[in-house]
Write a protein that binds this ligand. Structure first.
Ligand code: AMP
Length: 659
């Protein structure tokens, strides 16, 4: 109902936190006063104290009606103005009708022949306000959860200028400028390390508590904490473009974006309004003649009060915010509630190989060459790879160990390799199978001279259309890959491996992980086509990749998850879910969490409807008066809201709890 905080910014300053606390304190005081006033209203009425005064309409419940009921009336007025009928309209109708009945009770000659409707109105208003506060607290807790994860963005930075250092706002840092980060200070902007070396705590982004040692030229991200000596960093992004800023944006979007399931509750509410009014009228008409008009009105009122779909309205957004918040505490960023809703229907997990199941830290294992020495071959290959982001490129450059010459021209061929002009030579570094198709001469001799080609990634180097060498690279499996795949299999998921790499290395990885279905030598578009085929077979896929060349497959997959490694912000942008600590063991946890969240939502909707149906039937039959109807109904709503809020704290470590 009260969505006032939904669009609120995540990067709370201490000042904002203080504001929050103050607002909550005010709301708790309002609730306390309202509770006391409704209780007094009940007691005064029970002791028949009101009837002795000519001012009986001045019931204590007015305090609660004014404090808690007024915002509901205002909200329903707003939604009516926008031609929208939602649950607040129904609650407002029940409120106004209760107040009207209260006056009727005071001024009608048959006073005290029916219930205290001022109390009913006060109590509805009080419990709705309590439910809203629970909703707000959960939403904020979810926000704070991610806040903890990404740590607070610094607001100031120390800029290096010709005249020394000067403090500026981080928004004013321009790309290319140099900032100084002292020990224990937070890096203000994404950039590259200019100092020889540095050690950084990246826990806020990755959840990884091991300090990361970086050397000159490596990427550093805003929100990392400098652990050792002062370092200089050259900004490569504006402050609003940094990974952490984008994360904050995505998270705001996740909380703001309504899941389709939330729409169900809204739609039901708008349908319930006319049904509630008609049922109340029907009950009044049908009982005419059998009971007094006052009693008939009372029954109609009771029906109207218990018809409110309060539980429905409160529970769904709370459950979504709580689940998204819980996931973010584990380093999993779910972009919106709709994604959460899709996850439980996934039956096939499609994994990319390099960087996802393997560490992606490829190492050059062997180099063979012909027509030039190995060192020269590596130098030319490293030069051609200068503009590629691929792990293979990084491995080749690292292996060369020096700064290679900068290529004059580079063309990156996604899923194949690179082509570059280096010192007037045309150098192609690409997958062997492709090279064998493109190069007029065979690679047979080079292949034969490799000492251990099994399971390795083999890269061919062609210089001026002649086979010049083969570079063999090895990758290692992530240590958590096997337990994670085994757990996912035991949960009933089908596992598929897709890779652009050769058959041998795909087979080696698939065999070590017990994956039966694997596809190799795939171009990015082939991966997307395979996902499409799986869809046609009725498989609902979750594609898991490291974001390099995965965008087409991500787009086709039911849901996509990126290993959001440091620096791979494209992955964060193109995927539905990002895993910030790169840890595959979070996957089973994520699936359980989503199932629990969506189950809780469906259960809550069913429970809310069942409670409504039963209380409506009891009220229509005269077993439940408006006072008890309202109490029972609203208490159950608050309980449902509370149970949804608990999703925020649920652990999901147990094995296979849902399968
Ligand atoms: P990918 O789908 O990006 O893993 O690429 C599939 C295959 O293409 C890799 O296994 C390599 O054989 C080759 N490849 C892709 N990018 C490069 C690169 N920058 N340098 C050399 N080979 C590459």
């Amino acid at each position: 109902m009260n969505k006032e905080t939904n669009g609120c910014c995540l990067s709370h300053s201490a000042h904002e936190n203080h504001d929050h606390k103050e607002r909550y304190a005010k709301r708790w005081i309002i609730l306390g006063v309202s509770l006391v006033s409704t209780a007094l209203s009940y007691i005064f009425y029970a002791l028949d104290l009101y009837s002795h005064t000519p001012y009986a309409f001045l019931d204590f419940a007015w305090i609660a009606i004014a404090l808690c009921g007024f915002p509901i009336l205002k909200e329903s007025f707003e939604s009516l103005k926008n031609k929208k009928i939602n649950s607040s309209v129904l609650i407002a109708i029940a409120l106004v009708a209760s107040v009207a009945m209260g006056f009727y009770g005071v001024f009608a000659p048959s006073y005290r022949s029916h219930e205290n409707y001022f109390f009913v109105a006060g109590e509805i208003a009080f419990l709705m306000a309590l439910g809203e506060l629970i909703e707000d607290i959960t939403m904020n807790k979810s926000r704070f959860a991610i806040q903890k994860l990404i740590a607070l963005k610094p607001t100031k930075a120390t800029l290096k200028t010709e005249n020394g250092y000067k403090e500026i706002n981080i928004e004013d840092i321009e790309i290319g400028q140099t900032v100084l980060v002292r020990p224990n200070e937070t890096v203000p902007v994404d950039g590259i390390l200019l100092s020889e070396s540095g050690s950084f705590d990246q826990a806020s982004l990755t959840g990884e508590w091991q300090p990361k040692d970086l050397v000159k030229g490596q990427a550093v991200l805003a929100s990392n904490v400098n652990l050792l000596s002062p370092v200089e960093i050259q900004a490569t992004k504006k402050s609003e473009e940094t990974v952490i800023s984008k994360l904050i944006e995505y998270y705001k979007e996740a909380v703001r974006h309504k899941a389709p399931i939330a729409g169900v509750a809204d739609k039901l509410s708008s349908k319930l309004v006319p049904i509630a009014l008609l049922t109340a009228l029907l009950v009044f008409c049908l009982t005419a003649g059998t009971i007094s008009v006052t009693e008939g009105l009372g029954r109609g009122m009771a029906v109207l009060v218990v018809f409110c779909p309060c539980a429905l309205v409160l529970a769904t957004p709370i459950a979504i915010a709580a689940s998204v918040g819980n996931a973010s505490k584990k380093g999993i960023l779910i972009k919106n509630g709709g994604v959460l809703e899709l996850l439980p229907s996934v039956n096939t997990m499609v994994f990319d190989k390099t960087g996802t199941l393997t560490s992606g830290n490829l190492e050059v294992d062997e180099v063979v060459s012909q027509g030039m020495d190995k060192r020269e071959l590596t130098r030319l290959a490293a030069a051609s790879e200068m503009q590629s982001e691929h792990p293979i490129a990084k491995a080749v450059i690292r292996y060369y160990g020096q700064t290679p010459p900068y290529p004059e021209k580079t063309a990156i061929r996604s899923g194949i390799g690179v082509e570059a002009v280096v010192e007037d030579k045309i150098v192609k570094v690409m997958k062997l199978s492709q090279a064998e198709n493109e190069c007029p001469q065979a690679f047979d001799d080079l292949k034969k001279s490799l000492s251990k080609p099994e399971g390795a990634t083999l890269i061919a180097v062609i210089v001026d259309d002649k086979p010049a060498g083969i570079i063999s690279l090895k990758d290692t499996l992530k240590k958590e890959a096997l337990p994670a795949i085994e757990e996912l299999k035991s949960m009933g998921y089908e596992i598929v491996l897709l890779t652009g790499d050769n058959k041998e290395s795909a087979q080696a990885v698939a065999e070590s992980l017990g994956i039966e279905e694997y596809h190799y030598e795939l171009m990015p578009q082939d991966k997307a086509d395979l996902i499409e085929q799986m869809k046609a077979q009725g498989r609902i896929t979750l594609m898991i990749g490291d974001g390099v060349n995965d965008a087409p497959a991500f787009a086709k997959s039911g849901v996509s998850l990126a290993m959001a490694k440091i620096g791979s912000e494209i992955a964060v942008e193109t995927s539905d879910i990002s895993l910030f600590n790169d840890d595959l063991s979070r996957l089973p946890q994520l699936m359980r969490l989503a199932k629990r969240g969506i189950f809780a939502i469906k259960f809550n909707i069913a429970l809310a409807l069942a409670i409504n149906a039963i209380t409506v039937a009891l009220s229509a039959a005269g077993f439940l008066n408006a006072v008890w109807g309202a109490l029972l109904h609203n208490l159950s709503s608050v309980l449902v809201a509370l149970s949804s809020a608990l999703l925020l704290t649920q652990k999901s470590r147990g094995k296979n709890t849902l399968k």
